[in-house]
Design a protein. Sequence first.
Length: 256
Amino acid sequence: MSSSPHLRFSTAFLIIAAVAMCGLSPTSLRAQTIRGTLVERDSNRPIYLGSVTLYTEAGDSVTSTITNRMGRFEVTSPDPGSFLLLAAALGHRETTVGVFELGEGGEISVEFRIPIEALPLEGFLVEADRMAERLERNGFNRRMQMGLGRFITPADIEQSPALRSNDLFVGMLGMVLTGLDRLMMLRGGILCAPKIWVDGFLQPGDRQSLEDIVWLESIAAVEVYRPRVEQPLHYGGGNNTGCGVVLFWTKTGMGR
């Protein structure tokens, strides 16, 4: 890219952990790397799915990446030079830091801290209204009013300290998390695997980890039903065999 976006040189509370020059092989001479961790400024919590972009000092974009669950990232330039990092994440202030000097085969490790920034209220209200409309349409509200099952509402998820999908079920009566992060249900003192539905679609039963099925960041609401009498007919109610069901409704796909 050759565009020159306006970069804001704000204080980013950057901690440079280590700087090492690597020139031991032809491969290392072709790569200049900045790796590190993106975290919240005040809480030190890692930021998952944050965007980190590498720019030249002249403002040209070199490459970008997304942080993993530990907030870690790595960006590499094919050429040495002077560089800036731009970080952006939902609910956080877009922040730029630098300049970093990278020579041939240079490597820098950083801890990139960015502050929390409240989302615009108007946009939040619009999204909340849409979510409420979708939950009404797919029957979530009606089933919750009937009093069967257990329900995790959008407000519950917003206030939850959960870091993963599994964490939403910690402490829920009758729910057990195995060492493989698989969600299980107690039925007659025996563990069984409940059927998992996402946005009205039954998920394959061979997936071991709940994280492989639905990410916490995408979940809008959850319904949990024990076997037999609690289960809605559309999701296996009346079937005396098998385990219970867990219904996930996501923020982007609550169409059914």
